[in-house]
Design a protein around this ligand. Structure first.
Ligand code: ZN
Length: 161
């Protein structure tokens, strides 16, 4: 059963409210995470609590329990001259920049004008109601190391040390 400290393997399909596919993980490339560690959005983590191997569930997650509401303060217009000279700017291009408090934030270019560039530092799924269709594949106890790191290791987990 899924409780804190378990490593869980899932199939899932993630759609928006219009039924558009946003992301998915299937049996060939299942998704693995450590339950209770905040590795997945809070609304999904809460809904998976107590599920067992083989369980299927449809979960609707409001933006507040997902990737957050869109923060208008993260939508900025900057001078084109602030980008490196010769850099080919395109709508949809992403880059990391200092958000002002020392933390790196990924910005996406939304619109390009002559001398101005409109950028958005919100997560692409901010403000989106998430519709997850989930199937639980495996549930096991986490290792000491996984608990220590706060994420799952192994087959499909992280390998970054
Ligand atoms: Zn690790």
């Amino acid at each position: 059963m899924i409780t804190n400290g378990k490593v869980v393997q899932l199939n899932y399909l993630l759609q928006d409210s219009e039924g558009k596919n946003l992301d998915q993980a299937d049996s060939n490339h299942p998704f693995t995470y450590l339950h209770g560690s905040g590795q997945i959005v809070p609304g999904l983590e809460a809904a998976l609590e107590g599920l067992k191997i083989g369980d299927k569930k449809d979960v609707v997650v409001a933006p507040a329990d997902g990737y957050g509401e869109k923060n208008p303060n993260l939508r900025l217009v900057v001078d084109r001259s602030q980008f490196p000279q010769g850099m080919d700017l395109e709508v949809g291009m992403q880059f990391e920049a200092d958000s002002g408090n020392g933390e790196g934030l990924v910005f996406t270019i939304e619109k390009i004008e002559d001398k101005k560039v409109h950028i958005d530092g919100n997560h692409p799924l901010a403000g989106v109601t998430l519709h997850f269709h989930v199937e639980v594949l495996t549930v096991r106890d986490a290792t000491e190391e996984e608990l220590d790191h706060g994420h799952a290791h192994g087959e499909d987990g992280h390998h970054h040390h």
